[in-house]
Design a protein around this ligand. Structure first.
Ligand SMILES: Nc1nc2c(c(=O)[nH]1)N[C@H]1C(S)=C(S)[C@@H](COP(=O)(O)O)O[C@H]1N2
Ligand SMILES: [Mo]
Length: 276
């Protein structure tokens, strides 16, 4: 499919969507209020990998297993090699794509959520830090590096757990294209990705399949213009496959990790996957 393909689809929220929105809305109403100091001192413990993570892994595994045989390479070696290659290419490329819409249907969304972005930052000195599973710094990037990656645009429905949605046009780089820069440094692609604001006040944990999905962007444009600070400048996550709580604004650090990372709203009672 072409990167700019847009179709008109009317998308009535399904019953499941509505039920989920209601469930989340009630959870949010009950969410405990914790002081900012507590947020920071709370240990960033790693979480047990759930059955859902196993299911994601199994789906990817099956897809790889299902590829045609190649007799030149012993099975075990071939599968290992192809598994790795498939991961780096974007494991979920074959998986379901969320609906896209005509660009004319999109408009600037409200600003929602200011954790980790309350104060403006100097965009000229911002840099993105990349860490490996052991916490070691693997590299730093300016926006020039991100803008050098292939540009993609998508008009999708952004959904918030509070029960509202809004059709928006995001522009930026696919995370899978960015991650490929670290293929050599990492060897194999770790199971999870942790993304944190520069001040560490907001943090999200993402599973590998969701990050490598072709509709998961490191976004720097909204409605055709550079992001403003309230919407997450200079760089944020965008995806139609996760609720807004996962779509962190103002990314400071990205860590590839084998342990399920903690997550701001998970710690406050929301589902870790927040999958749509
Ligand atoms: N840093 C940060 N990112 C965040 C949040 C936040 O509070 N802080 N809120 C999230 C939520 S709940 C939503 S719905 C979206 C809203 O994005 P927008 O303000 O660009 O509309 O940002 C997400 N990313
Ligand atoms: Mo949200």
């Amino acid at each position: 499919m072409s990167d700019h393909s847009e179709e008109n689809e009317s998308m009535e929220p399904s019953l499941a969507d509505q039920e989920r929105a209601e469930r989340y809305a009630s959870l949010e109403a009950e969410a405990p209020t914790i002081s900012a100091a507590d947020y920071r001192t709370r240990s960033r413990r790693s979480l047990l990998t759930g059955a859902a993570a196993a299911a994601v892994g199994f789906a990817g595994f099956r897809w790889i297993q299902g590829r045609p045989d190649d007799n030149r390479i012993p099975d075990v070696l071939r599968q290992g090699h192809e598994a790795n290659e498939a991961l780096w290419r974007g494991l979920s490329r074959e998986s379901a794509m969320a609906p896209t819409f005509d660009r004319s249907k999109s408009s600037m969304p409200r600003v929602n959520g200011r954790h980790g972005i309350r104060e403006e930052i100097d965009l000229d000195t911002w840099e993105l830090r990349i860490e490996g599973p052991d916490g070691k710094l693997l590299g730093t990037h300016t926006m020039d590096d991100i803008r050098a990656l292939p540009f993609h645009e998508m008009t999708i429905e952004h959904k918030c757990v509070e029960g509202w949605s809004h059709i928006v046009t995001w522009g930026g780089a696919r995370f899978s294209d960015f991650a490929a820069l670290y293929a050599d440094a990492l060897g194999s692609l770790p199971d999870f990705v942790s993304l944190v604001t520069p001040d560490e006040d907001y943090y999200v944990g993402m599973d590998r399949a969701s990050m490598m999905h072709p509709q998961t962007f490191l976004a720097y444009e909204l409605q055709g213009e550079d992001l403003d600070q309230d919407h997450g400048a200079p760089l944020r996550l965008a995806s139609p496959n996760k609720y807004g709580i996962k779509l962190i604004k103002r990314i400071g650090t990205i860590r590839f990790t084998d342990e399920q990372p903690t997550d701001y709203w998970y710690e406050r009672g929301y589902d870790w996957y927040a999958q749509l």
